[in-house]
Design a protein around this ligand. Structure first.
Ligand SMILES: NC(=O)c1ccc[n+]([C@@H]2O[C@H](COP(=O)([O-])OP(=O)(O)OC[C@H]3O[C@@H](n4cnc5c(N)ncnc54)[C@H](O)[C@@H]3O)[C@@H](O)[C@H]2O)c1
Length: 354
């Protein structure tokens, strides 16, 4: 069986998940690892059976044995690495967010144009590898919801106990992550909703608001935090559809993780997050009874698919020379919406997308 030889740049939390997934996938062979912290790269290579540890990413990109790279590093500096990887002729899977902003993602698209045979994908597709997602996609594509009106997605978590160790500083730092929870989780929300609807919506304008963690809950975030922990956005699309998004962590709100896609004739109520006892509810309308609800799917979903799914898709895309689940053009749209959300929140007025 054809195996894609990969190198993993960044062997922190998510780099290790990629290495673990690679070890479980027959379509992948891990050639080596690299990290700014060489001890960490060495430890990860030993743990997940990678042969080589490179002193630098440049060294990895120069190795002909490495056919593809996974860039599992924070947003700042990721584009520079991706541009080098593409220039070196490597397929690349880029952790989300795809860049610090849309300008960086556009740079990647321009670079890929010079190497059209390379597969470059973004990990924001992570939640779309489940049976429930595939079922939702098919039901929406069938047209049974009628004309789409609203895509509503809400993922809000209450503050837990103050942590014993400081959280990683990059997560909520504008200069390293490009932003806060919108970059971290909003990228998944947009990818999921736009992906489920077949990437056919054309978002044009945004009205958004962001908030930082409330001062009395400051212990939940690193001292360098300057980005939002809570965001809400109303995104209008060319065809009159709207996307209403809310994401929050360390809030005073009750936990809620529900999404709904509402059309003229029917709606689907579901949860993006995997877990036990998940359900998809279909609300169907008819002139006599109004809405009739039924559970059209229920089941338990394994969290590990989040990691194996995205890597499996990438290797399959390389082997079969097909687009990955989230292409750079799709990642650009997500980033353009994100940039417009930040602009709208900063200016307290609507912002155009793109
Ligand atoms: N932590 C998660 O659960 C998670 C999940 C999905 C996606 N992500 C995304 O993955 C990225 C990394 O997150 P993480 O949690 O693994 O961070 P992390 O801090 O645990 O690990 C990042 C690693 O990258 C290394 N690194 C940074 N720049 C490098 C460079 N130029 N060359 C080599 N190594 C470099 C760091 O030394 C560090 O070990 C972020 O963009 C994040 O949004 C994280």
């Amino acid at each position: 069986m054809r195996q894609v030889g990969i190198g993993v740049v960044g062997t922190g939390v998510i780099g290790r998940k990629h290495l673990q997934s690679a070890a479980a996938l027959l379509s992948i062979r891990t050639v080596g690892t690299t990290d700014l912290r060489e001890d960490q790269a060495r430890d990860a290579a030993a743990l997940y059976g990678a042969d080589k540890v490179y002193a630098t990413a440049d060294e990895m990109f120069a190795d002909p044995e490495v056919e593809a790279v996974v860039l599992a590093v924070p947003a700042a500096g990721k584009t520079e690495l991706a541009l080098k990887a593409i220039a070196a002729g490597k397929h690349a899977l880029i952790e989300k967010p795809a860049g610090m902003n849309a300008r960086e993602v556009q740079q990647l698209i321009d670079a890929q144009k010079a190497h059209p045979s390379l597969i470059v994908g973004c990990c924001s597709s992570r939640f779309r590898y489940y049976e429930s997602g595939e079922l939702l996609r098919r039901r929406i594509a069938s047209g049974e919801l009628g004309e789409l009106r609203m895509l509503r997605t809400r993922g809000v978590w209450p503050a837990g106990k103050a942590p014993e160790t400081a959280p990683p500083f990059w997560r909520l730092n504008k200069s390293v992550n490009g932003g806060g929870i919108m970059m971290n989780w909003g990228s998944y929300d947009l990818d999921y909703m736009l992906g489920l609807t077949g990437w056919r919506l054309k978002p044009v304008r945004v009205l958004a608001q962001t908030w930082q963690v409330a001062p009395h809950l400051n212990a939940r975030v690193a001292p360098e935090t300057d980005a939002e922990t809570h965001v809400t956005a109303f995104i209008s699309c060319e065809g009159g559809e709207t996307i209403v998004l809310e994401r929050g962590e360390f809030t005073s709100a009750s936990r809620d993780e529900t999404s709904e896609i509402i059309g003229t004739h029917g709606s689907l109520l579901f949860r993006m997050m995997p877990g036990e006892g998940k359900k998809i509810v279909y609300n169907e309308t008819n002139p006599l009874d109004g809405v009739r609800s039924s559970v059209i799917w229920s089941g338990d979903e394994d969290f590990e698919v989040l990691h194996t799914g995205v890597l499996w898709d990438f290797a399959d895309a390389v082997i079969n020379n097909r687009p990955p689940a989230t292409t750079l053009e799709q990642a650009l749209l997500i980033q353009q919406i994100t940039d417009a959300i930040y602009l709208s929140a900063a200016n307290r007025r609507c912002a155009d997308i793109g």
